[in-house]
Design a protein around this ligand. Structure first.
Ligand SMILES: Cc1cc2nc3c(=O)[nH]c(=O)nc-3n(C[C@H](O)[C@H](O)[C@H](O)COP(=O)(O)OP(=O)(O)OC[C@H]3O[C@@H](n4cnc5c(N)ncnc54)[C@H](O)[C@@H]3O)c2cc1C
Length: 573
């Protein structure tokens, strides 16, 4: 079937919803989402959204901007950080007016709490900057914005999965999507496609990410020749539940929780003497692995303890009720009385589709790709640099999701309807037919597990030339084996076997892009920590990586970082 809309937004997380709201009323906009919209991963966000409201203690947008730049280990483009920090209070009050039920101070203002890397006075001490709704901030924001989307009558296509983008004369003319309920392949003809498809943490074995986070939204443009930016920067969150990766929000430490090693020592005092457990995530994740490698993991194992026992049942119930129940359900422990085993878990991708501050997707010569836009975790505005600060993602989604929606409306006047090429869905239909036809072959699940194992062992918190070379060899051998996959379910209705197979191609391609980008960056910066090049090297590496498929091979090139107010300095806390 062919559907026709001026604007198709792919992804119904907070970035997609916020952008669609801006377009509605100005043009015909539709949302497509591979999961039911409100099940998008933004709903899992726990801790909060950053904004220098100064409701609990003095704060300023300049301090927020500085923290974002320093947190990003100076790879952040400072013009972008400035927009984020300046626009944050407006964005939070807008959410409040939409209906988000934030926690309140006794005087009735929006309550705020501390989060990793957010400081006052340019790094002097931790500051309360995160606005929150208990530890389900993303859930309430999602429900509130989805209600607004319904009110505006925006057409949604739930459980439709984008499998291809269609271009004509280098302009986007629509996309091809698979309808999960029926197995039908559809063409969406449009003047604009906006990508808001989130992250791809599923390239790792242990991750806080949802099953849907497999990254086709990045892989499909990459396959079409559009570069990806800063892919080597993968954030590991320090406190995933041991063995599972389910997230225990940083707000747990913001509320006073501390990390302890086997001896019960509060080891972060040694690594970040000023802000201790509230150091940025890259530093805390490295500190945990350093403790484990030094034999100070609990009982000699590969985890440490998160100690919440001193917070008391009342505070846990009021402010951290969701993670309290996760710990009870998944571990059978009561965090008010017992220590919680945690280890770093893959959490957030700083890299993505290169964009300008208005959401235009940029090609290899930094030219605008006509009709294609992106926002949210799948995009790379060079905002989070080499390491994102907690609570800056939700803010990124609503600030830059809105800007992208506004820009689409501005651009629509000069974007014509272009005729698509003949049979735009042909390649996708063929691809599906080939997978379904093969009677015997490699199993998707075992290839995916091997990939996740390879990435976790060889290219995660700590990296080394030898381990990454090994990873690359293994990824390429998995790519060869992928050509021989076979699936058991040949049906049309809810064929997740088929979708797993299609998603695996994206996971393999993105894992290769991460590893090649990481191998090429011969320094340590933010979340990219190389044991063979342990120092940050601004002279040679203060630049963004771009990786692009050329004749089937990834090629790497670079572009400068924008520095306005803050010159790079050693990053101590
Ligand atoms: C457990 C957890 C807690 C977090 N807590 C916080 C926090 O407290 N504060 C903070 O700032 N950040 C937090 N983050 C980070 C933040 O939540 C995410 O970065 C953010 O929600 C991503 O939003 P998004 O709109 O870009 O994408 P998502 O919310 O991930 O949505 C992606 C959308 O794209 C759709 N999609 C994907 N691929 C396709 C396809 N091929 N076809 C069709 N649709 C597709 C999905 O169905 C979905 O609708 C947290 C992350 C996690 C994992």
């Amino acid at each position: 079937m062919v559907f026709k809309h001026d604007v198709v937004v792919v992804g119904a997380g907070l970035a997609g919803l916020r952008a669609a709201l801006e377009v509605a009323g100005n043009a015909d906009v539709a949302l497509i989402s591979k999961v039911y919209p409100t099940r998008s991963h933004s709903g899992a966000a726990q801790g909060g959204i950053a904004a220098a409201l100064g409701n609990e203690e003095p704060d300023s947008w300049e301090w927020h901007m500085y923290d974002t730049v320093k947190g990003g280990d100076y790879l952040t483009d400072q013009n972008v950080a400035e927009i984020l920090a300046q626009d944050a209070p407006r964005a939070v009050y807008e959410l409040e007016h939409f209906g988000v039920p934030f926690n309140r101070t006794p005087e009735g203002k929006i309550a705020q709490r501390a989060f990793g890397g957010h400081t006052r006075d340019f790094g002097k001490a931790a500051v309360k900057r995160a606005c929150y709704a208990a530890d389900r901030s993303g859930r309430v924001m999602m429900d509130t914005l989805y209600f607004q989307v319904e009110r505006k009558g925006i057409k949604a296509y739930p459980e439709f999965q984008m499998l291809d983008l269609i271009f004509k004369d280098k302009q986007v003319v629509g996309l091809v999507a698979y309808e999960l309920a029926t197995g039908e392949v559809h063409f969406f003809h449009s003047r604009v496609v906006m990508l808001a498809t989130g992250g791809y943490g599923k390239i790792y074995k242990t991750t806080s990410n949802a099953f849907a986070n497999t990254g086709e939204g990045l892989y499909i443009p990459y396959r079409a020749g559009i570069p990806l930016e800063d892919m080597e920067f993968v954030q590991f969150h320090p406190t995933g539940i041991y063995g599972l990766g389910v997230l225990l929000t940083e707000a747990a430490r913001g509320e006073g929780g501390v990390l302890r090693n086997d001896a019960g020592e509060r080891f972060m005092e040694r690594y970040a003497p000023t802000i201790k457990d509230l150091a940025p995530r890259d530093m805390v994740s490295r500190a945990i692995w350093t403790e484990i490698r030094a034999g100070r993991g609990v009982g000699g194992k590969d985890y440490v303890h998160l100690d919440l026992t001193h917070l008391g049942e009342k505070k846990l119930a009021e402010r951290l009720s969701d993670i309290t129940s996760f710990v009870k359900i998944y571990l059978g422990l009561d965090p008010a009385r017992e220590l919680v085993p945690v280890q770093p878990t893959c959490h957030y991708m700083m890299g993505g589709i290169p964009c300008d501050v208005d959401g235009h997707v940029l090609g290899d010569k930094h030219e605008i790709i006509t009709g294609l836009y992106a926002a949210g975790e799948c995009s790379c505005l060079s905002l989070h640099g080499a390491n994102r600060l907690g609570c800056n993602s939700l803010l990124d989604l609503v600030v830059f999701g809105r800007r992208t929606g506004l820009q689409i409306v501005r651009d629509l006047g000069r974007l014509p309807w272009n005729e698509p090429p003949e049979n735009p869905d042909r390649a996708t239909v063929e691809r599906i037919r080939r997978i379904k036809e093969r009677k015997t072959g490699e199993k998707v699940g075992s290839l995916r597990s091997s990939l996740q194992e390879v990435m976790t062992t060889n290219c995660s918190v700590f990296r080394h030339e030898e381990t990454m070379e090994q990873a690359l060899l293994e990824i390429r051998s998995l790519q060869e084996r992928y050509a021989r996959i076979a699936i058991d379910n040949k049906g049309l209705k809810f064929n997740t076997d088929l979708l797993d197979a299609l998603e695996l191609e994206a996971l393999l391609g993105l894992a290769e892009a991460v590893t090649v980008s990481a191998l090429n960056r011969k320094e340590s910066r933010g979340a990219h920590s190389r044991e063979d090049y342990p120092e940050r090297n601004d002279e040679e590496w203060l630049k963004h990586t771009l990786i692009q498929k050329k004749d089937g091979e990834p090629r790497v090139f670079y572009k400068p970082v924008t520095i306005t107010r803050f010159q790079p300095k050693p990053r101590t806390y």
